[in-house]
Structures are given as structure tokens and as C-alpha cells.
Design a protein around this ligand. Structure first.
Ligand code: ZN
Ligand code: ZN
Length: 115
């Protein structure tokens, strides 16, 4: 019994599995589905964002929508005045992502990710 389970694991280890979200080969898993580390980070960020309190726009008091940029930074966007609000550390995180060469991720992230 044990032997069979090990065999399966070895094959997975050799080739890796396709991430269910982006198709990248990965040996990482999240909730029993093959998911690469970058996607796990994003999923967890989304979960955290969903449990975060909704903020009101400082200008017009509209409840703002949460968006994820640069893969793991949660920002608040106002649908009324189109303003985007960042916490101090969020700006720092975006800057760090850009410095790490993840500029494409930022651009991709900017094209709105409704949570
Ligand atoms: Zn992935
Ligand atoms: Zn507003």
C-alpha cells in the first residue's frame, strides 16, 4: 500500500504538476489542487482582502472596492471618483515588486481583479 503511494509521489516529483490557475509546472499544492507559489500568495491575499473591512472613500464616502495589484498588494478603489487609496506599506510593496522586476505583474494586476 505504502509503496504505491510513494511511486505516485515520485512521478509527481519528477515532472511536477500544472498549476490549476496559470498552468506553470509546480510541486506546490493548495487545498489539494496543484498551485504554484505565486498563485498561492495571490489566493491568500484575496482571502485576506475579503475579510478586510470595507473602507469609505475619504472624498465622497462611497464604499470602496478592493483590488489586488502586483500579485499580493490590496488596494481600495472608489467607483465614484475613481480614486485609488494605498496604505503606506502598500505603496512600499508595489515599489519593491517593481524593483524586483515584476513590472509585468503590476501591469497585469492593474487591469482590475474583482474580488
Ligand atoms: Zn500558478
Ligand atoms: Zn471617491
Amino acid at each position: 500500500m505504502l509503496g504505491a503511494a510513494h511511486e505516485k509521489e515520485d512521478v509527481m516529483g519528477l515532472f511536477g504538476d500544472k498549476c490549476t490557475r496559470c498552468g506553470q509546472r509546480t510541486r506546490n499544492a493548495y487545498q489539494d489542487a496543484p498551485t504554484c507559489e505565486a498563485c498561492v500568495t495571490e489566493l491568500e491575499t484575496r482571502l485576506a482582502a475579503a475579510s478586510e473591512e470595507t473602507r469609505l472613500c475619504p472624498l465622497d464616502k462611497t464604499a470602496m472596492e478592493k483590488e489586488i495589484v502586483a500579485g499580493s498588494v490590496v488596494i481600495d478603489r472608489c467607483g465614484t471618483c475613481k480614486g485609488v487609496w494605498l496604505d503606506d506599506d502598500e505603496l512600499g510593496q508595489i515599489r519593491r515588486s517593481i524593483e524586483l522586476g515584476a513590472a509585468t505583474a503590476v501591469i497585469r494586476g492593474m487591469s482590475t481583479y474583482p474580488i
